[in-house]
Design a protein around this ligand. Sequence first.
Ligand code: GAP
Length: 440
Amino acid sequence: MVDSLEKIISFCKRRGFVFQSSEIYGGFSSCYDFGPLGVEMKLNIKKLWWEEMRKNHDNIWGLDSAILMSPNVWIASGHLGAGFADELKECKRCHKRFKVDEVRDKCPECGGELSQPKRFNLMMKTFVGPVEEKSSLSYLRAETCQGIYINFLNVLESMRLKIPFGICQIGKSFRNEITPKDFIFRTREFEQMEMQWFCKPESANDFFEYWKKERIKWYLELGIKKENLREKEVPREKRAHYAKRQVDIEYRFPFGWKEIEGIHNRGDWDLSNHSKYSGENLGYYDEKKKEKYFPYVIETSTGVERCFLAFLCQGYEEIKGGRTKTTKSTRESEILLKLHKKIAPVKVAVFPLVKNKKEIVNLAKKIYQLLKSHFVAVYDETGTIGRRYRRVDEIGCPFAVTVDFESLEKEDVTIRDRDSMEQERIKIKDLLKILKEKLN
Ligand code: GAP
């Protein structure tokens, strides 16, 4: 596990995981771009979450709703009110704003006097249409789940669903965070993976426990260590404005224990408020009682970037002096990224043992062409074989295939395991099948 965030930040840039946005213009605060390896890893995380919801559980369907919605959605949800705001003090001299619990009387930047606390709403404003006036004011969504509530009837009726059922969604959300910090941990633009479970009010407590356990299991199965994960029951005064109960799943980052996922019992807050504000009854018809009621919602809500950061922090190992016996004492340290094979951005690397023997190079290239249509693969022939192994260990690539002199006679290759560094010889004709099994 990594011991400082700075190491992760520089690693992410050096190896093409995450770059500062608009870097050539001096950077754009709190915005980040995901590089070639970052985007693969992010896609893997989203796919794993989607499969967890859609394949591993019954009665959950997906949705992809718009980022822009009627501003009335945010009035009804309570996000335009005081409940979705940070309490801040503003410096009277430099006008910078700080969270109340992070400062005292003086500005930490310029020493100026601070104002009384004021509440600043986090909704990100925008104008829709050609004229910038009040009637065209809209908001970028602050949570994806509102798109789910306003489509509750559409999904229920089109899919002929019966309670309990879930609707899940992955997508961008935006918050005008006043104090974005800790790299991609708190940003103004981020991606959420949210699932809303609609159930009878009397079964909400049981489902809350069920979903909390399921979500914790997901992180553990994907390599997060038990000792770095904990649940935190959030007291009433600190809960989100819609939550009857809230448990935060926290990960031990190098900058402390922080929330990666929230499990919320939202009661009927959203469906009843949208019914009230829209005039459309979003109730569910109980066939036995012959009446409509508002289901309760158990929500699981996590951020793609926070998962990404937690998996990176967990997997990052720095090995002083390197792992191999032949290591020269001049080499300071090696990085081994022990990502779960399903999260790893590159699954397999292909190397010719030497680059000056044409037959070996040609065979390695042929194997690479075969593998790259099945997995994210890389081909590398530069530098010593040891250096090439280290380069792919560093990006968490679980397997490296090497073509050597024996390969030409025996039609086989070696497969090296990232973590054990053990190598086995495999017939080329069986390679694809074996890699598929190993990566499954
Ligand atoms: N729909 C419920 C909801 O949005 P939340 O606790 O405000 O609940 C859920 O957010 C998750 O979204 C968080 O646990 C975190 O993973 C992610 N998230 C929230 N704000 C974020 C931010 N500013 N930057 C990155 N991720 C964020």
